[in-house]
Design a protein around this ligand. Structure first.
Ligand SMILES: [Zn+2]
Length: 494
């Protein structure tokens, strides 16, 4: 008996030792992959920072605001921007075929030497969101001011940086006599901020009708970040490989109403509150998979040894990692379908019971789930409560497919990004975009839709996007143009 006991203990010890060896072995192995960021050969292209900044600043002076109601759009501002682009990028407008789509969107075609190969598409959008508080801005939102090392104005980050950045890179390549092997398309929509129905969606339909296939699509959606991921000191290029879906559900509770001196047990407000509490207390399952898992795995080689043990062994520490991520709102959003009650209304008088109460809950849907499955889950959770659930009109978009981040196209993209920023090459990693971009319309044309701008952005700057004092550092704009230049070369190669 004692012998058996000893044997069991020995086998437990051996198993534990094996586990420790595997865990440490994987962490060590991950560390060996860090070499990809050493000795990156820098891109050789000379760009005039001052001229680049001036041209972007000039484009920020056109108030190309988009509105849900197309009649409200100032098409004159868009046409003036088109004329400006034509004047600033003469080579582009001589060598590329230009089409105007839906009146204000732009589609350029740069024919490749081999038109039988799948083409490549670069995107951006001309439109910007309105200005809520112009008086709060340091410089006028449509002033296009260059000051303190920044280019200031609405659209500096979202998204004239892409439109001008891509055009700068193409103009430079044309000046060098470069001819792409694959055909290059440039698509600049005019209504991304209001859904992209007439711009990007129409352009995608046109390319589809022309039977165009694309090796890759590059749009906005991710930046280079630094210091936001604990344990990682290197900058990280976050390449959006998928975007979450979107739906808002309306909940309605009805009751008999009456005088508040003799209230019934169940009131409209009470019932609706119960429904919201039920939803909040039953979050959607957290799933450490897809782009989020891919991101953590790409970070592993560059983490200090402690965190690396966890990142390189998600098979073991996955549940721990999920808990850690779920603590921050951004981390939580990268793991699951989120829900946010955004509207709650009921009642007209302080001593009268309302006959109905209404709430709206906004859901951002994780890849793998759908609008229908979210609706189904909400109904199941609220079963038994006298609450009506309806999809809010005009909402309901499934998550995008997840683009490939293991294959050749992503490898080319990653190499180009590192080359463009060779002084401190970033870790290039996939990530899940919490919002929506025009890129989703092109997922049927290419398995490789990447959302990324090659500028490093602090969280302070990120907050200016759609906010006050939107601006981009001149240095980072130059690096974004370098990145487009490198991407154009790499992705248009055979
Ligand atoms: Zn945008």
């Amino acid at each position: 008996m004692r012998k058996l006991f000893r044997l069991t203990w020995i086998s437990v010890l051996v198993l534990l030792l094996a586990l420790v060896l595997v865990v440490f072995g994987r962490a060590w192995q991950a560390g060996q992959q860090a070499g990809v960021l050493e000795n990156v050969e820098p891109l050789t292209v000379t760009l005039e920072a001052e001229a680049l900044a001036q041209r972007l600043a000039g484009a920020l002076r056109f108030p190309t605001i988009s509105y849900q109601d197309p009649a409200q759009i100032d098409s004159g501002a868009f046409r003036a921007l088109h004329a400006y682009l034509k004047a600033q990028f003469p080579r582009v407008h001589t060598h590329l075929r230009q089409e105007v789509i839906s009146g204000l969107s732009l589609l350029y075609t740069w024919p490749g030497q081999d038109t039988t190969l799948p083409a490549v598409l670069f995107m951006g959008h001309q439109d910007v969101v309105p200005i809520a508080t112009p008086e709060a801005w340091t410089h006028p939102p449509f002033g296009g001011v260059i000051a303190d090392g920044f280019i200031w104005g609405r659209g500096a980050l979202d998204d004239k940086v892409s439109v001008l950045g891509v055009l700068e890179a193409v103009e430079q390549l044309l000046a060098e006599g470069f001819q792409p092997v694959r055909t290059v398309y440039l698509a600049f929509g005019h209504d991304e901020e209001v859904g992209g129905r007439y711009g990007a969606r129409r352009i995608a339909e046109i390319l589809k009708a022309r039977k165009v296939s694309l090796i890759a699509v590059v749009d906005e959606g991710g930046f280079v970040v630094a210091g936001v991921i604990p344990g990682i000191t290197r900058p990280v290029a976050l390449v959006g490989v998928a975007e979450k879906g979107y739906v808002s559900l309306e909940l309605r509770a009805r009751a008999s109403g009456g005088h508040s001196s003799t209230p019934p047990r169940q009131t409209a407000i009470g019932t609706l509150s119960q429904a919201i509490v039920t939803l909040v207390e039953n979050p959607f399952p957290a799933r450490l998979e897809g782009p989020t898992r891919g991101l953590l795995e790409r970070l592993a080689p560059y983490a200090s040894f402690g965190p690396r043990i966890v990142l390189a062994n998600l098979w073991l520490f996955g549940p721990l990692m999920k808990q850690a991520l779920a603590r921050s709102p951004a981390g939580n959003a990268s793991l699951r379908t989120t829900m946010a009650p955004t509207i709650f209304e009921a009642g007209v008088k302080e001593n009268v019971l309302p006959t109905h109460a209404r709430a709206v809950v906004n859901f951002r849907i994780f890849p793998g789930e759908t609008v229908a499955s979210v609706e189904q889950r909400v109904r199941a959770l609220l079963q038994g409560l006298p609450v009506q659930v309806n999809r809010l009109e005009g909402t309901g978009t499934d998550p995008s497919p997840v683009s490939d981040f293991e294959g050749e196209a992503f490898r080319r993209l990653a190499a180009a990004i590192r080359k463009a920023r060779a002084e401190t090459p970033p870790i290039v990693a996939p990530y899940l975009v919490p919002g929506a971009t025009d890129a989703r319309y092109f997922t049927t044309l290419s398995p490789n839709v990447y959302r990324f701008i090659g500028a490093q952005i602090t969280s302070e700057l990120l907050a200016t996007l759609h906010g006050v004092d939107e601006r981009i550092p001149v240095q980072e704009y130059v690096l974004a143009v370098r990145t487009y230049y490198a991407l154009l070369r790499r992705l248009s190669a055979p």
